[in-house]
Each structure stands twice: as C-alpha cells, then as structure tokens.
Ligand binder design. Structure first.
Ligand code: NAD
Length: 245
C-alpha cells in the first residue's frame, strides 16, 4: 500500500511487541521507518527489511534521542511506544519503581517530542502518536497503580501537545490498547506462581474472550500516522477488545 508513501517515521521500543508490529505495518504502507530500541539484539531481526533503518536508542538518554532525530532526513511521524508495566497497589509501590515508570513511560515521550517537534513545525506538519493504555485515566485496573498513573499522564501530555499545536499542522494522539499478547505480557504471566491461571485471568478481563495480537493494534498506528486521520487530534483511541464498553 502507499498510505504512508513519502513519510519518515521514528518508532521507539520497536524491538518487539506492538512497536515491532507497527514498524512492519508502516513500512508495508510505504513509510521509511527508523525502528529504534535499547536492545540491539532485537533490532537484528530487521536486517534486510526494505524501508526500515534499525538504530539503537535508549529513550532514557536525552542526548541520544537528539542525536537520532538529527540523523533523520525528515520526521513526519513519531510513535512513542516505550513503556514498562509494574504490578502492585499504591501500598506496594516503591519510589524507585514510580520514578522508573514516570521516566520511561512519560518523560521519554516529553524528550522525543521536544526533539522532533521543532522539525515538524518547520515542515508545517507532523503526527505524534503516544502509547497509553486503557489502564490510565480511562479505566482503573487492579494491581496497576504505578502503570495506570503513568499512562494517565500520557493522555494529559498528549492533549496538552495537541492543544498547543493544533493550528500548526501538528496532530498528537494517544492509543489505548487492552491486553496484548506480547513478550512482556508473557513475562508478567510467567512471574505468577500459576502462569496458566494468570493467563486465564488476563483473558477473563477481555470481553471478547481473548487477548489482542500486536498486529491488531498496528492498524490504528498506521491510521493515525497517515493523512487519513488529518482531522483527528488530542484523542485517546482505545483498541481494547471491549474492556471499556
Ligand atoms: P514489550 O513490553 O514486550 O517490549 C517493550 C520493548 O521496549 C522492548 O523491545 C524493550 O527492549 C524496549 N525498551 C525497554 N526500555 C527501553 C528504553 N529505555 N529505550 C528504548 N526501548 C526500550 O512490548 P509491548 O507489550 O508491545 O509494549 C509496548 C508498549 O505498549 C508499552 O508502552 C506498553 O505499556 C504498552 N501497552 C502494552 C499492552 C500489552 O498488553 N502488551 C497494553 C497496553 C499498552
């Protein structure tokens, strides 16, 4: 397809899961994609893929973000996908875990936007897509105090950027998946005493009776990256298998 022909895209946390599925979908739609991740081994899977530049980037490193953005010939789309899920309630949360989540899930988006936005403004257009979750200001889920707090902040950050630059050709939206069967979800399942029961519990909170696959979230990213969504900004888009019905 040519839905994203001529667009240059930066994706963080592109090594696996939703980030990787989105990179493949955007490249298939004709974009040139800078697929970045802190884990270089995961990026090797992109070798030989047309239209994909795989580059190591730790989004906790502000200078490294600026360096990658400066290397890019253009930046039409930014997909901030990096994030980590901590378990636990407010009474179980630690200062260190809260700080880690706010730095990775929120501050990294602030940093990448600060790096990319001046170039988008100079070009007169840009689409920023931030990874939130239904577990955020949209819905409270048990044992997700730190995670829900950080992803609610993503929605606030998204709306703030959208409001400030709505008249400058910049769009900023968040996506809010339900539970997606990715490597880190499997890690969270395996961390339970009874992983089989844990997977069943994740499925039970999905009204469709199943988890999403990462490639079922990617089309939303393609849409928000493309000019088809030209009238869409400041939104938090759920793709959640019915969690928020
Ligand atoms: P994942 O958690 O399996 O993979 C995360 C990737 O992030 C890994 O490749 C890892 O190397 C990379 N990463 C970690 N720290 C990084 C850093 N400092 N800099 C750059 N990259 C880094 O993938 P996923 O489950 O698809 O999650 C991706 C995003 O989607 C996260 O923000 C997550 O919160 C969000 N999300 C996931 C689900 C789900 O159920 N899986 C649901 C809603 C939202």
């Amino acid at each position: 397809s040519t839905r994203l022909a001529g667009k240059t895209v930066l994706v963080t946390a592109a090594g696996q899961g939703i980030g990787r599925a989105s990179v493949l979908a955007m490249a298939a739609a004709g974009a040139t994609v800078w697929a970045t991740d802190v884990n270089e081994d995961l990026l090797k899977a992109y070798e030989g893929e047309r239209g994909i530049h795989a580059v190591r980037l730790d989004v906790l490193d502000k200078a490294a973000i600026a360096a990658v953005v400066a290397q890019m010939p253009a930046i039409d789309v930014l997909f901030n996908c990096a994030g980590f899920v901590h378990g636990g309630t407010v009474l179980q949360a630690t200062d260190a875990d809260l700080e880690f989540a706010m730095n990775l899930n929120v501050r990294a988006q602030f940093w990448t936007i600060q790096a990319a936005l001046p170039r988008m403004l100079a070009a007169g257009h840009g689409s920023i897509i931030n990874m939130a979750s239904v577990c955020s200001s949209i819905k409270g889920l048990p044992n997700r105090f730190i995670y829900g707090t950080s992803k609610a902040a993503v929605i606030g950050l998204t709306k703030s950027v959208a409001a400030d630059y709505v008249a400058n050709g910049i769009r900023c939206n968040a996506i809010c998946p339900g539970t997606v069967d990715t490597p880190s979800l499997q890690d969270r399942i395996n961390a339970n005493e009874d992983p089989v029961a844990a997977r069943k519990a994740f499925i039970a909170r999905q009204p469709m009776g199943r988890l999403a696959q990462a490639h079922e979230i990617a089309p939303l990213v393609v849409f928000l990256a493309s000019d088809e969504s030209v009238f869409v900004t400041g939104q938090a888009y759920a793709a959640d298998g019915g969690i928020t019905i």
